[in-house]
Design a binder for this molecule. Structure first.
Ligand code: SAH
Length: 226
């Protein structure tokens, strides 16, 4: 079912990080409306504890966002699942751009679902740690870049799908310009106190349809590099 299987090294884990803890998380995500079996399968197989500090390992398979340093968070598993599902609904995108690498968890989940993932992070230290994780897990299909993600990654455009994991008032126009004509973009949009997860879809003629998927809470999309 999964066309881009993740390396077997990912399946290891003990105690609170065991397969049983991951199975419990997947059961919870299903209860909370996640339906795509491909997404559930990848979430079951990705070791989320690998993306957070050891002191938080016992909470890695709880359905909550957790701190990753520099005032940032690894997203809640339900949100990662919902966004991934929303990107895949109209077909598997070949090339996906993520803005906000953070821990690298969302990028790793995507790498289990699509052939190529490009991810941009503005905080160099977070990117350095995420890159180490991608190397350790054997994920050459993820390429990453230290930059202001509002600018996208123009050399690699167009992308079949774009995902933002930090919230701005609006979706930066440079990102829409780098979306393929029938591409899909998923992003949290709004103020720090009230954000909505939206999905935009190109109609092939330069226009986009837009729908609201859920109420969410993300860290802000900032400008410049950190
Ligand atoms: N996808 C991440 C979520 C990290 S939180 C994960 O799975 O862990 C969002 C991240 O977006 C933070 O690391 C933050 O530094 C980053 N970010 C915020 N504004 C950005 C911008 N303009 N360009 C690139 N990254 C940005």
């Amino acid at each position: 079912m999964n066309t881009h299987p993740l390396p077997p090294a990912m399946l290891k884990g003990e105690g609170m990080t065991s397969q049983r803890a991951r199975d419990r998380l997947v059961a919870k995500l299903k209860e909370e409306g996640i339906k795509d079996a491909r997404v559930l399968d990848v979430i079951r197989n990705v070791p989320r504890h690998h993306f957070i500090d050891q002191a938080l390992h016992s909470r890695a398979y709880e359905n909550t966002a957790l701190p990753i340093g520099h005032g940032q968070t690894i997203s809640q598993p339900w949100v990662v699942a919902r966004m991934s599902e929303a990107l895949l609904e109209f077909g598997v995108p070949q090339k996906v751009l993520e803005i906000g690498t953070g821990s690298g968890y969302q990028a790793t989940v995507l790498a289990g679902l699509v052939p190529q993932v490009f991810t941009v992070e503005r905080i160099e230290e977070l990117l350095r740690q995420a890159r180490r994780r991608f190397r350790q897990l054997g994920l050459p299909q993820i390429r990453s870049r230290h930059d202001d993600g509002k600018l996208g990654w123009s050399d690699e455009a167009p992308f079949d799908a774009i995902i933002l994991t930090a919230a701005g008032d609006t979706v930066p126009t440079q990102l829409l310009d780098q979306l393929s004509p029938t591409g899909v973009l998923v992003a949290p949009v709004g103020s720090p106190s009230s954000q909505t997860l939206i999905r935009m879809r190109g109609d092939g003629n330069g226009d986009f349809s837009q729908e609201e998927l859920a109420a969410v809470s993300f860290v802000p999309l900032l400008g410049g590099i950190g």
